[in-house]
Design a protein around this ligand. Sequence first.
Ligand code: AMP
Ligand code: ZN
Length: 117
Amino acid sequence: MTSPENCIFCKIIANEIPSKKVFEDEALFAFHDISPVAPLHILIIPKKHITSLNELLHEDIDLMGQIVLRASLLAKEFGISDHGYRLVNNCGEFGGQTVHHIHFHLLGGRHLTWPPG
Ligand code: AMP
Ligand code: ZN
């Protein structure tokens, strides 16, 4: 499993790897995805290194609430809230997770298909 020392998203939070940051506070970091799959594709991550939803603890409830609220606020800020958008978490191999630091994709700016591939 990925540890904070070799985690690409921990390095982005620490500014050791550049990113196009759109938001930061004491708990969260948000930045544009490097390979966007929609006109707006932002990743929202906690600064705490949590590997995936599988490792979520009761103590992380407030953090998850902050992420969902931040998604709503960023959607408004980036002008996608009226048409609608999607907030996605990929968990584990079958979920398509490739970076093992929990993250939520905020996707918008086009009509998104359902179900996803
Ligand atoms: P997932 O497949 O759900 O684990 O999503 C990982 C996401 O991280 C993918 O959409 C990647 O394009 C994105 N990603 C990987 N490396 C970077 C990076 N250095 N900066 C921004 N986004 C990244
Ligand atoms: Zn990490």
